[in-house]
Design a protein around this ligand. Structure first.
Ligand code: SAM
Length: 307
């Protein structure tokens, strides 16, 4: 049996082409690691999300004379295969994003897959990350968490992402821009109720700031202090509390006391989605088919008519 193995520091891997995923600061340049600087110095090519941003970073650390190659969301189809070709020829490629870890709400995941498929070593060079930095200072549970990143802007798609999370155990991590943080908090409140959140802003920077409390208080705060800077929203959904407000057991699904009819109505009325989508979401929550939900609703209607 042929296993897909990688020894990152065996001689062959060290001498041939490889992909280095290099974490860079999310604000404070002192967070750049020694290893990140050395890796960028030694790379044959630096693939960057925004070459102008990366040039600034390189010049700060006096990493000079490097070949930069643009790799971003809109050119990755063409530049990914080209980078893999260069690695196959023996080039060491360091991938950086504008800030934090590549491939975390930033380009990189596709290139990693392509490199692995081409049997090239993929080597992480850890560094700062906004989500985990916010989580560890949030005061919310850290034992179990789910990274969501940016919520889709479209309401229907946002509900599709959020609905299954009402059953998820653990803390949730969202990224958000200042323009959308209020809207996103409102969506979170519609889905999870007035649960505890931490808003982490400008992490590692001079104006680093946290607001901790129920969503309603954070919204009040933002009404008085308009959002500025980039945010991480750390959420403790009620389902992850050890005992929920109504006394139900930890981990029990929020809809478990609802009939199929009530469950569908919840989505339709409280989250403003169409009847058809509400049935789809309820079916997904319950792990049954849409047809089962439809049958249950028909039966409910028949019983209501009998009364
Ligand atoms: N790759 C990055 C990482 O590892 O954290 C994330 C890049 S993503 C395109 C940018 C988002 O990360 C921002 O919109 C914000 O939500 C979050 N973010 C990045 N830097 C931040 C900071 N200094 N403080 C708070 N949030 C930050």
């Amino acid at each position: 049996m042929q296993f897909n193995e990688q020894f990152s520091y065996k001689e062959k891997a060290m001498q041939g082409g490889a992909l280095y995923l290099v974490g860079t600061p999310i604000g404070n340049l002192e967070d750049m690691t020694f290893r990140a600087v050395r890796t960028l110095q030694e790379a044959d090519i630096i693939a960057a999300e925004d070459t102008r941003e990366t040039r600034k970073l390189l010049s700060h650390f006096e990493i000079l004379g490097k070949t930069l190659y643009s790799y971003h969301e809109h050119n990755k189809q063409a530049s990914g295969p080209e980078l893999v070709r260069l690695m196959a020829e023996g080039k060491r490629i360091a991938l950086v994003s504008d800030a934090g870890l590549p491939a975390i709400s930033d380009p990189g995941a596709d290139l990693v897959q392509m490199a692995i498929e081409a049997h090239l070593p993929v080597i992480p060079i850890p560094g700062p990350n906004a989500a985990l930095s916010a989580l560890i200072a949030s005061g919310l549970p850290t034992e179990r968490f789910t990274f969501i990143g940016f919520l889709p802007r479209d309401r229907k798609r946002a509900v599709e992402v959020l609905a299954p999370l009402t059953n998820a155990a653990g803390t949730l991590l969202f990224y958000e821009s200042p323009h959308r943080v209020i809207k996103t908090l409102q969506r979170l409140q519609e889905t999870f109720g007035d649960c505890s959140v931490t808003l982490a802003r400008e992490l590692t920077k001079r104006f680093e700031h946290f607001v901790r409390g129920p969503i309603s208080e954070c919204l009040e705060f933002l009404a008085a202090h308009p959002p500025l800077g980039e945010y991480v929203i750390v959420v403790e959904p009620r389902s992850s509390l050890s005992a929920t407000a109504d006394g139900s057991l930890a981990g029990e699904a929020w809809w478990s006391s609802l009939s199929e009819e009530e469950h569908v109505n919840h989505y339709e009325q409280e989250q403003n989605v169409s009847r058809k989508d509400a049935m789809k979401l309820a079916a997904k929550d319950r792990g049954v088919s849409k047809r089962d939900i439809y049958q249950a609703l028909l039966q409910f209607e028949a019983e209501a008519n009998e009364d």
